[in-house]
Each structure stands twice: as C-alpha cells, then as structure tokens.
Write a protein that binds this ligand. Structure first.
Ligand code: SF4
Ligand code: SF4
Length: 329
C-alpha cells in the first residue's frame, strides 16, 4: 500500500532514557510510553496498540506532528509486514566514567562502579513479552543495539542479552566503556554477528584521565585484550577514538592510540568526530580543518602499518564523513 510513513515507524522500537518511541533521530519520532506521564511500568500490549494506531493513522493521512518535517517521512509503497526488525536499548545513563563529550553525562552526577537498575523503567519484561508473542521479527531479519550508560553496570544486561541470544539476530551492536570486565560481553562475542565497541579515545593514561575522569587506562587495555582473545571473530571488536578538541587532538595522541591498538591485538579501529556535542552546540558551524588533518594522519598511519604486515581493518565513522563532505557540523 502507498502512504506517507518511514521505516522506523513500521519496523523500529527505541528504549530511550524516559521514553519508548519510534526512533532516536533528531526529530524525536512518536512516543509510545513516557515515564514522565505514566506511573506504571511500560505495558507491552499498550505499546503495540499505540504503534498499530500510529501506522493506521499514517495510512489514513493523519500524520504525527514531529514526523511531518522529517526527511525520512516519505510517500511510497510500504510492505504489509509490521514486525519489529530494529531494536535500540538506551534506557539508562549510569556509567563508570565521565567522558568529556558524553551527551548523557549532563543528566547525572558523576560516575559509579555499582551495578544499578535503570532510573525509570526495566526493558526486559516488555522485550520478553514482545519476543514471546512474536512481535520481534525472526533472527534473519532482526538486529539490535545496546549502549547507555554502561552496559556492564546495568542490572538487567545479562538477562537482556540472554533473551537476545535466545531470539537470534543477524546483527547486534554492543557498546561499553571497557572499564568493568563483563562475562556477558564475552558470551555475546561467541556469536560472530555481534559487533562490540569500546571508545577508548586515548593512547595514554594521562589523556584517558583527561577525557574520562577515571584513572582506568590500563584496566581498559587489559579488558580489551581479554575480549579480543576470546572473541570468535576478532575483527568484530572495535576500538574507537572520538577526537575531542583540546583534549586528544594531536598527531601524537592519535599515534599513541594506534600503538595501543597494536599492543592489545586490536584488528578493528574506528575514528570519529565528537558529533554528539557537535550536533548539540555546533549545528551549522564549520568544523576545524585540523580535525580532517588528524583523520588523514590516522588513515595514512594505518595504511603504512598494514604495508608492514599488520592487518588493521580501519574506518571513519559515517557521521564524521558526512560532516567532512558538507563542510560543517
Ligand atoms: S519520520 Fe523521522 S521522526 Fe518520524 S519516526 Fe521516522 S525517522 Fe523518526
Ligand atoms: S562511556 Fe559512553 S555513556 Fe559512559 S560517559 Fe563515556 S560516552 Fe557517556
């Protein structure tokens, strides 16, 4: 049937800090559950009812206000299947570090090492019901991502991941600070469809402390080493670097990070601009050309090391590439 809609409305569900909603795009999408408005925990059937109603409304030309101006809200033939194919889980913000560039950090006070529940609601009961009732697409069409907050200190992380492993998926993306070692992450890395990333953003203890406000550089290196050793596909463990101007933006900083990657046996490196803060504070502003020079230095350095018998798989974050292409944040 032809109507105005988007893939997120038809196929995604996002568990955000206080909301369960269609998407986490800048436009925000439609909200099916809001911890601000509702005293009870989220109810699976009610979420599905609201979701179905939203799709029916789109079919009948009643469009959600926030979607009307979104470039993804387009008129085309959409398939009848409305199963959830993409799940995002970001419904807490506790973390064991305080990255300078973290857009969640402003919502919380400091860091913690304690395992905690989400402040607003648990995701597991809703997702278990979605799984049991067949609302999630089968494994060959289903993907999910989980970040936060720090997964290793989320109380329901082990059972959430057991549920996802039981359901099956063709792609999973798990993010962690790497500060706490997690057996659950090691278990996820036994599935070659899991991509795991730690954004270390440093190649020395000093820079790590400057960015993350924790003296845990060596511990993260040790944990990463263990994850890489135990992963069935080592190229799925991504060691990332977000360039934060004034904190880790020299060629030496980048070189130290690549050296660290070599030392711990990392095979997959990715570099990124600080687009979280960029989007919030610098929208429409030109980026500093020095950042592109640093990214070019990284690409050249990896290329040279690969010529010397290394086997790095290295990339630039897609959003950063887009920023370079268009010339501004
Ligand atoms: S149309 Fe845009 S804002 Fe609305 S759900 Fe889709 S991606 Fe999100
Ligand atoms: S590790 Fe992630 S969630 Fe934690 S402070 Fe850094 S950016 Fe924020």
């Amino acid at each position: 049937m032809k109507f105005r809609c988007c893939n997120h409305i038809l196929h995604s569900i996002n568990f955000m800090l206080k909301y369960i909603q269609t998407c986490n795009e800048l436009h925000g999408g439609e909200i099916f559950y809001s911890a601000d408005d509702e005293k009870n925990p989220p109810d699976c059937e009610e979420i599905m009812r609201r979701r179905n109603q939203l799709i029916e409304n789109c079919k009948n030309g009643i469009y959600p206000e926030r979607c009307k101006t979104c470039p993804q809200f387009i008129e085309q033939e959409w398939e009848d299947n409305q199963q959830i194919t993409k799940l995002s889980i970001f419904h807490w913000l506790h973390c064991n570090c305080e990255c300078e560039y973290c857009f969640q950090a402003k919502h919380r006070k400091g860091s913690t090492d304690e395992v905690q529940k989400s402040m607003y609601f648990d995701a597991y009961p809703v997702l278990k019901e979605m799984h049991d009732k067949g609302y999630l697409a089968p494994a060959d069409k289903f993907q999910f991502e989980i970040g936060g907050g720090e997964v290793a200190i989320l109380e329901e992380f082990p059972k959430l991941m057991d549920l996802m492993l039981e359901h099956g998926f063709y792609y999973a993306y798990v993010m962690s600070s790497g500060i706490a070692y997690s057996e659950t992450i090691t278990k996820m890395l036994q599935n070659p469809k899991t991509r795991f990333s730690v954004t270390i953003s440093a190649g020395s203890r000093e820079v790590f402390k400057r960015i993350k406000k924790r003296d845990k550089f060596e511990q993260v290196k040790e944990n990463l080493k263990k994850y890489i050793e135990k992963a069935v596909d080592k190229t799925k463990v991504c060691v990332r670097y977000i360039i934060d101007e004034g904190y880790n933006d020299t060629e030496k900083d980048i070189k130290d990070w690549i050296d660290t990657c070599e030392e711990i046996g990392a095979q997959f490196l990715e570099i990124s601009l600080d687009f979280c803060r960029g989007f919030e504070k610098l929208q429409g502003q030109p980026y500093n050309p020095h950042l592109k020079e640093l990214v070019d230095y990284y690409l050249k350095e990896c290329e040279q090391r690969n010529e010397n018998n290394h086997k790095f798989y290295y990339s630039v974050d897609r959003t950063s590439e887009l920023i370079f292409e268009r010339g501004y944040y």
